[in-house]
Design a protein. Sequence first.
Lengths: 280, 247
Amino acid sequence: MITEDRPVSAAQRERIAYRRRQTVRSVLIAAASTGVLGILLVVGVTGSPGWERVRASFLDGAVARDAFPAVLNGLWLNLRLLVFCAVAALALGLLVAVLRTLRGPVFFPVRALATGYTYGFRGMPLIIVIYVLAFGVPGLRLQGTPSVLVLGGAALVITYGAYLAEVFRAGIESVHPSQLAAARSLGLTYRQTMRHVVLPQAVRRVAPPLLNDTVALQKDVGLVSLAGPIDAVRAAQITTAEHANFTPYIVAGVLFVLLAIPLIAVTDWVTLRAARRQTG
Amino acid sequence: MSVLECRGVTKRFGGHTVLNHLDLTVAEHEVVVLIGASGSGKSTLLRCVNLLEGIDDGTIHLDGEHITDPRVNPDRVRQRIGIVFQAYNLFPHMTVLDNITLAPRRVHRRDRAEAEAKALDLLGRVGLADRARSYPDRLSGGQQQRVAIVRALINEPRLMLLDEVTSALDPELVGEVLTMIRDLKATGMTMVLATHEMGFARQVADRVCFLEGGAVLESGPPEQVLGDPVQPRTRQFLRRIIEAGRL
């Protein structure tokens, strides 16, 4: 690039000044409209006839303090379950996606099973899967039946694995056939081509939607409480019953959001980076 | 013995016959240039030789081995053939060095240090040693294509197939790739290349084959085929090329 130390022209100075005025104006307008909207919301909610009763039953400081340790304790279970289920569901999804790409008659049953799985478990409501596994499997009275917590976790993994498998498959199919041709022409086997050429590109491309599904999983982890284990939602439910006050739910909700923020931030960052790479 | 021998090779896509009983023999150290209009079957022939496409009739022999026998493991055949594509097809998620050493490490089971030393040596010879740690999208088209050639060469193929390797390049970048191919010829590499660069074909070819309708219509030394073609169809093709300013 050729750069010269020439003074900035009058036209450019005028442009810079104009843009600066525009920026100041935009910021002022944004601040004003945000302020007006905020005031309207606060006035609208707190001015409503039932506000005092709602505040007493949802925003009671004493109940919140009382519920906090139990809810936090429950959240620790959510977090552990999330980490385990996310890793397991990602592994399952990747495996199923790869199985669906296999060609050849030998693999027909595997392919059919993988396809049936993604169809079935994307359609089946998660709650039903949890009920069937958590209550149905122990009902078989087999030796060594795992705990309800593990069965609930398995329900999450199976359901989310089906979604993630489709995301992975979309990524695999987005890799251009010329990349496969190049890899195979070098003598790489199908397996080596998948491992070194296709999957690394596919996973990079679908990282944002994968993370997005992980954020969704984080909320649905709370549903295992339907089967009995005491997670944050369940703990909030118990303290709500003890105090006849809904504040513990708000406490749990706020904690869930706080837990999600880092994951959402990472998702946004990865998405932004992927978009930048696309445009070169 | 010939390195490559195609006999009666036929390839159809749906109802469209792209290769029609094509015969072509390439001797050791020979450089054969395929010319012909778009759709005459040049690229398809190269892809069939590399077993990237199955054929519908005929046979292809590599070093006397029948490679279109369905019992032959295509991966083992491809290890002995290098192919370079028009669009480079480098792996965008790998550095130049990893692109080049992938096959030596994974297919030929060389250890990383050995493979990288050889890759750096080859890159150095084409003036790209300083780009070894770059990703392909940081390279110009000509640099990417030279990397793609090195990636094929490092496996010491018996036969190199070059499929219009300069067609996607800006005119000022064509020269660096052609120079590399000329150097490759000097090493005695057996090559089949499809090209629209007639001037280059004349310089580098031992033999020029004009493809028409999926078969070799005319074949001979470059001076003869490009300078004084026998077939009217060849003459017509070359006249159009001259009119387009490429000869």
